[in-house]
Design a protein around this ligand. Sequence first.
Ligand code: IPE
Ligand code: IPE
Ligand code: MG
Length: 239
Amino acid sequence: MSGSENIPRHVAIIMDGNGRWARERGLPRVEGHRAGAESVRTIVRAAGEVSVEFLTLYAFSIENWIRPRSETSALMKLLSLYLRNEVRELNKNNVRLEAIGRLGDLPETAQREMDAARRATANNTGLTLILALSYGARAEIVDAVRSITADAQAGVVKPEQVDEALLSSRLYTARYPDPDLLIRTSGEMRLSNFLLWQMSYAEMWITPTLWPDFRKPEFLKAIEEYGKRQRRFGGVEPA
Ligand code: IPE
Ligand code: IPE
Ligand code: MG
């Protein structure tokens, strides 16, 4: 890859296929999640290297809580472990860590680790890594509407002031540009309640590769393909 023009500012990834990766090897699902954490490490570094500014990783959906308790608690433990162990590496790579979702749903230890990791990386100026945790796009939109209606009731916002910009400003992602490129691993052709509002004009790249096998070469391939896409935003092909 030439590594210059047409790099997506914001890449969002649905990291899927950990369970299938483990099953293919006759391993428990948690081993797939563990292997997936390695891919996270690799892709965060690669994204920083090619000057992506924002990387949002769908790590745990609000719907994922319906999984067996043994799996959700293993995932929460892995999250805590990642947050504890990764700060040094994030700082080394100048990565600022942030999170979106109903973070209050997470176990208290994970919430504390998250706060600590955010604080420890807050002054970094390279890639912003955004972990989507207990995240659901519909829940996010509901939360945004609630905050707007509360302001409306207080007389701070008038109905005619409600527009796309105002709604965007009440989403968890208020401080980030919309994703330019969405990557989904493991071949599923769906959004699974991820960034529904923000994804309006994102370019999509779906690969059959399972997340634990998704590493730098394929990430670079997705970035390169993105560079060849022609985005129209409803307009016509340029002359
Ligand atoms: C993605 O892998 C990780 C999470 C959703 C937490 P899965 O656990 O969904 O793996 P598959 O889809 O069952 O293979
Ligand atoms: C989406 O994957 C959520 C994450 C990657 C965290 P799922 O495995 O939960 O999605 P579905 O259930 O196959 O749509
Ligand atoms: Mg899955």
